[in-house]
Ligand binder design. Structure first.
Ligand code: HEM
Length: 590
């Protein structure tokens, strides 16, 4: 054999042996862990696979033999949305535990769980189960922050962040969301009693960005003005445009180095986006510092009177941290910038996608829309010009809130929550004790947790509602309403059974803010209008039947992808005459 060939063969043998060694190591770990396990001789951590497998999934499903696809899908990011409880029933249950399993691959050792006891423990023990390193790569781009840190640095930042998003912010978010939704209604209806748009999801994005800007950064923007605003001298972009550009790229291109973005050739695809991103990356921090300094000056001018926006509350909380005993409690400049960025980024896609799924669901199930309108008519003044008071209205909007809880149960934006161990851990549960080796990633499968029949099936059936063998998969907001005999009007899920906002000490600090925003938007939208999907016309001119509209909307929701939050394909960035978005009609109802 020629020497060259010998070297090639030797390299292949060495490579194959190293993979076999990792596989055997992982098998040993799986056996010791006490979890059921699945062997998949594949490296799920290869960068190319991680990126390409998500869009390739439908093709793989169609073309691979089922026994291969059923395994390989478990290595694809976001498989949780498509596979439901199937992997647990198919692989874990026959091994005696249908709640968790370990993945034995040639990559990292992983445990995947829908066990509420394990979910609770992992989320509670923040020192034992830490943030995965990938989070820092994406979310730490503008500075370290509460989401990218662990240990003492996290405790210190979390204290400041938690006191920043308070009830004053909720009131501002409520008012700003109402105001922005009014802008949307004016645009779609333009003084008529009916109006149509296929850009309703883009409008939800616009509301969310404008609310973040106004209630978050104290930079209020009017619905109509946003398009006409010019960049300030020395800037290429307005603050809103810079935020938009950064947020749209936060889960991918934002990782690219600045020099690459700035020098990306104009003849290659994606130039326009990357070119704008290079300006946005440069200008977003400058804009944010300007807003911060402006707010600081306003505080000085007002002799310490703080305004009700996040930036002002953060400055105040940071100040208090300074005064308490040691200066180490306050945030560094880098952390201030990092946390202001994370408030913007963490709350954006999550909130927008929840709003978008809710809109489609309310068009799909007009009966639930009617049910919400019934409550709205009861709690809202008939006169739409009357000012709405957050403290008076928000607590009464129970049906809108449970509608959001139900949307998040079926379409949680973060369908998996990940943690890593640095050193070995054990977890005691009613099923026994489990060993988690060092450097293990634990994936908590929110999607599967939320459809556990033992918790959700036929829960709180109202009068006239029938039992169903797949009720947990249905959109039925009444499951959240306890009978009047219970002390709590809204169902409190058992620990670890409902985690769209995560849980434990690291639970999302923006939970209330998102609830207030969602409620205000739907209160305003449905106060005097109803929303429906416009029927499509076939080639022969026939209008879609109701059944056809329903299957189209079901297909719309099913056609979703993790980006890394769960979102429907092709619903955003709609230009005129494009087959994107969803054509909806708003009609005055009173
Ligand atoms: C429907 C809307 C939202 C959902 C479903 C959601 C969900 C989540 C989840 C699951 C986590 C935990 C992530 C992990 O640990 O891996 C989280 C963390 C976080 N969220 Fe939210 N979020 C929402 C809105 C918001 C908003 C509006 C804000 C800010 C204003 C926000 C700020 C944060 C921050 C700062 C963290 C990190 C907390 C920490 O690590 O201590 N979120 N969110």
């Amino acid at each position: 054999m020629p020497a060259f060939l010998t070297i090639v063969v030797a390299l292949i043998v060495i490579y194959a042996s190293s993979l076999a060694y990792v596989l055997l190591q992982n098998l040993r770990k799986a056996k010791k862990s006490g979890f059921p396990y699945i062997i998949i001789p594949w490296d799920q951590d290869q960068f190319v696979w991680m990126v390409m497998s998500v869009p390739l999934r439908p093709w793989l499903r169609k073309n691979l033999p089922k026994w291969i696809y059923d395994r390989i899908t478990l290595t694809i990011f976001g498989n949780e949305f498509y596979e439901g409880l199937e992997p647990y029933n198919q692989y874990a249950a026959p091994q005696g535990n249908d709640k968790s399993f370990a993945l034995v691959t040639v990559g990292n050792f992983e445990i995947i769980t829908r066990d509420p006891e394990i979910v609770t423990e992992v989320l509670r023990r923040v020192k034992d189960f830490q943030q995965v390193e990938l989070t820092a790569l994406f979310m730490g781009k503008f500075g370290q922050n509460v989401m990218t840190s662990d240990g003492d640095a996290w405790t210190r930042q979390r204290k400041v962040v938690a006191s920043t998003i308070n009830e004053r912010i909720s009131r501002t978010v409520f008012n700003e969301s109402l105001h922005q939704t009014e802008g949307l209604l004016d645009e779609v209806l333009s003084n008529h009693s009916q109006g149509e748009t296929n850009r309703i999801f883009d409008m939800m994005k616009k509301i969310t960005i404008n609310v973040i800007s106004g209630a978050g950064m104290g930079a209020n923007v009017e619905w109509k003005d946003a398009a006409n605003e010019k960049p300030r001298p020395r800037f290429k972009m307005t603050y809103i445009d810079a935020v938009k550009q950064v947020l749209q790229n936060v889960t991918g291109p934002i990782l690219l180095p600045k020099w690459f973005l700035a020098n990306y050739p104009s003849f290659l695809p994606g130039y326009h986006n990357l070119n704008l991103l290079s300006y946005a990356m440069e200008e977003f921090p400058t804009h944010t510092w300007d807003l911060l300094n402006r707010e600081r000056q306003r505080g000085l001018d007002a002799h310490g009177e703080t305004r009700s926006n996040i930036i002002a509350q953060l400055l105040q909380a940071n100040q208090q941290g300074d005064e308490e005993k040691s200066s180490t409690k306050a945030l560094s400049d880098d952390e201030v910038m990092g946390n202001l960025f994370v408030f913007t980024a963490a709350g954006f896609e999550t909130t927008v996608n929840t709003l978008s799924f809710a809109l489609v669901l309310l068009c799909r199930y007009p009966q639930w829309q009617e049910w919400i309108c019934e409550e709205i008519d009861h709690i809202m003044p008939a006169d739409s010009s009357q000012e709405l008071d957050y403290t008076a209205i928000f607590p009464k909007a129970t049906r809108v809130l449970v509608c959001m809880l139900e949307v998040l149960r079926l379409f949680a934006p973060l369908i998996r929550i990940s943690r890593e161990t640095k050193v070995a851990q054990t977890i005691q549960t009613s099923r026994g004790s489990f060993y988690i080796p060092p450097k293990t990633t634990v994936y908590m499968n929110t999607g599967a947790v939320h459809i556990d029949p033992a918790v959700w099936r036929n829960l709180n059936l109202a009068e006239g509602e029938k039992k169903s063998e797949h009720d947990e998969l249905l959109f039925r907001p009444t499951r959240w309403l306890n009978p009047p005999t219970e002390s709590q009007p809204i169902f409190q899920p058992p620990k670890g059974s409902y985690v769209p906002w995560s849980g434990g000490p690291r639970v999302c600090p923006g939970q209330k803010m998102a609830q207030v925003e969602f409620t205000a938007i739907f209160l305003k939208l449905l106060h005097q209008h109803r929303i429906e999907a416009v029927p499509l016309k076939s080639a022969s001119g026939d209008l879609e039947t109701r059944a056809q509209i329903e299957s189209r909307l079901d297909a719309r929701m099913k056609d979703s992808i993790m980006t890394p939050t769960l979102q429907m394909n092709s619903i955003y960035d709609v230009k005129d005459n494009q087959d994107k978005g969803l054509n909806v009609r708003l009609t005055k109802r009173r």
